[in-house]
Ligand binder design. Sequence first.
Ligand SMILES: [Ca+2]
Ligand SMILES: [Ca+2]
Length: 289
Amino acid sequence: MASPTLATPYSDQISLGYSWHINNWLGLNIEAASVRYRDIPFRFRANLCVDANHNNVCEPDLSEQNRFPDFGSFRIWYGKGEAKYNGLNIGCRARRSDLEFQGFYTYSKAEGNVLAGADEFRLTPGEYQADVGGTRLRRDQLVNALDPGASENFGPLYTDARHRFTIGALYHAPWGILVSGMYRYRSPLPYTNHANTDLNGDGTILDLPPGVEHVNAKRGFSFSQFDLRPAKEFLFGNGMGFELIAEVFNLFNAKNPARPDRFGHATAYAGDPLQGEQRLAQLGVRVSF
Ligand SMILES: [Ca+2]
Ligand SMILES: [Ca+2]
């Protein structure tokens, strides 16, 4: 079913940046951005049980029926998905004879009612939280399906990390050795502490327990990874030579738990599909001729 609210999605963006060359080897830039996304389509299950006797239990045996009793569980494509992003980014570049350095830090907030991300159309992405899909009693459910604009349906998007930090450096060490490294960090992503049982008698189990005010109110796990790559080139003249390369991914072997369930227990770790690396070292030779 399609709702008459469907419209072409759009976004308004405003950003302001400043770039500053402090001296001939150091530069800074700072940028603030604010984006509003509107008319994002998403679908949700709309044919809920009507708890006629108000005991917060859906009782088909007592002839409590769905709102549209002639139909089974159907989904509505609805057009009033929205999100907003506010971010502040500070970047730094440094370049000296033997060292190049680049780093940035971002403070940001991304909130909305289409939790998979502002350019996605799903409410319950199982790749971010282990137990929001799996059954139609949770999948594509709005926490409050009777009022898609209600505050409990809004929360931080699953991709919303408050802090992100990345630095990369390239060092020309003695004996012609080139060492490069990169460190990445982001603060924990949100998840929904849902009840997994029908608390309000509407037949769905993606309900918020008492005291939980909105979706994605909890935070799971941070992520960090440090990669290091020393290399040395041997040249024989005539354009011939070879380069020895060692690469270590996730040098400190950060476990990086991910994909929590509603209790905040991780179900995925570094090295699993779509996660960062486990510690991994490899040696390589590149021959040029
Ligand atoms: Ca009832
Ligand atoms: Ca329910």
